[in-house]
Design a protein around this ligand. Structure first.
Ligand code: DHB
Length: 400
């Protein structure tokens, strides 16, 4: 055997040891466990077109740590925050680095579906739990047995909204969605529910993800004159949509604006103005959610973030941390990937959004979906809950 080959084998051995350590795969004594931090690699779009998602998610994660301390089951929690700028190649590259030289025990974040898709193989390979706190396409959790989701699943809201619209006097609708995985899924599940309930979808419009101009699509909606237009855009884009909706006079056209909560994103709702009044959406969270836990959460969050209101992304991040804390309590501080992921299955707790749980079969979130209507309360715009559908599982997985 040549020296080069020997050297190569030594290097390979030290590399695989590095991976085992990173995944927490070595047995540890209780004392060693207490010393060693549990590292969470939080990858978010902190800059770029989806920076509003990164800001809400990061603030949600930090709020959980502020509320519950930085130690759980004798282990210190260490957060490593990385900006992927919303680019899938970056998310994947950062995740790879974090599970090898970064030594993280958990990957967290994933602000958009393509970012979660790109990273899933790394979680599988490294046996590191990947807590998805934003990306919402149903199939995300099927991309790796190490993925758990604490945000929402697009069909939860889209199906609930389609059903509600059909039962509340709307007979015709146009769908207008952002043209990528969660948008297409929103469209399909809205259509399914609305048409099952007797409604008719007369046109299905798709708007590009990058630099969207809604004007030509809104003109089509105006020409079609449906009873309702069902809209999906990713978080942060709702304000721009609303501006163009008003500029084209659609708010005075008699066409009802409905959608999932993304279009009335709480971070921007107040700045949208009266065009948002009366808009009905389905979502797992509204900042106006009427519970003691939520009132405390909103107050602390706004105080810590210059008045920024928490939206559904913030609770996704908050509960991503809750999931890790609860799982560590269950494993008594053992952060090895396979133990943590097992511990996460079936957990349930009360979130600022209400009761939530992790379906042990699908590793996806089960939660209430609220039908909310935008109203003015003390001069501020809020999505106020009119109706609640309890403990909704992902309808797309239930249909399989
Ligand atoms: C996704 C992103 C969003 O900002 C949102 O509001 C819903 C879904 C996504 O890419 O999965």
């Amino acid at each position: 055997m040549t020296m080069t080959r020997l050297r190569f084998m030594a290097l390979a051995a030290s590399l695989s040891l590095g991976v085992a350590l990173a995944a927490g795969g070595l047995p540890q004594s209780a004392a060693a466990a207490a010393d060693r931090a549990v590292k969470i690699g939080l990858i978010l779009p902190i800059t770029g077109p989806f920076a509003s998602t990164g800001a809400e998610e990061l603030a949600g994660v930090k709020q959980y740590m502020a509320d519950h301390g930085k130690t759980v089951a004798g282990r210190t929690i260490e957060l490593v925050v990385k900006d992927d700028t919303g680019s899938p190649n970056e998310t994947k590259r950062i995740a790879q680095e974090l599970v090898t030289s970064g030594g993280v025990n958990v990957l967290m974040g994933f602000g958009l579906t393509p970012l979660a898709f790109a990273t899933a193989p790394i979680a599988t390979q490294a046996k590191v739990p990947m807590v998805v706190t934003a990306a919402a396409t149903s199939s995300v959790t099927e991309k790796s047995p190490y993925i758990v989701r604490t945000s929402f699943v697009t069909p939860q809201g889209a199906y609930t909204m389609g059903d509600w619209a059909a039962k509340n006097g709307m007979k015709s609708a146009v769908t207008l969605v952002t043209d990528y995985a969660p948008g297409i899924e929103e469209q399909d599940w809205f259509v399914k529910a609305f048409e099952t309930g007797g409604g008719k979808v007369v046109e299905q419009l798709k708007v590009p993800l990058k630099n969207p101009d809604f004007a030509p699509f809104l003109q089509r909606v105006a020409d079609d004159k449906p009873d309702a237009v069902f809209v999906f855009v990713p978080a942060g884009v709702g304000a721009q949509f609303m501006k163009q909706f008003r500029e084209r006079g659609l708010d005075k056209s008699g066409i009802r604006l409905i959608g999932t909560g993304d279009i009335v994103d709480d971070q921007f709702l107040n700045s949208m103005g009266d065009v948002a009044l009366g808009v009905v959406t389905a979502r797992d969270y509204t900042a106006a959610h009427d519970s003691e836990i939520n009132r405390k959460f909103v107050k602390a969050f706004e105080a810590a973030n210059d008045g920024m209101r928490p939206n559904f992304m913030a609770v996704g991040g908050y509960d991503g941390m809750a999931l890790v804390y609860h799982a560590l309590e269950k494993t008594k501080g053992d952060a090895s990937g396979p133990k943590l992921i097992e511990a996460m299955k079936g957990l349930s707790w009360e979130s600022p959004r209400g009761p939530i749980s992790i379906d042990p079969k699908t590793r996806d979130i089960v939660q209430n979906i609220y039908i909310n209507k935008v109203e003015k309360k003390d001069g501020q715009l809020y999505s106020v809950t009119m109706d609640t559908v309890k403990a909704v599982k992902d309808p797309a997985k239930a249909a399989k």
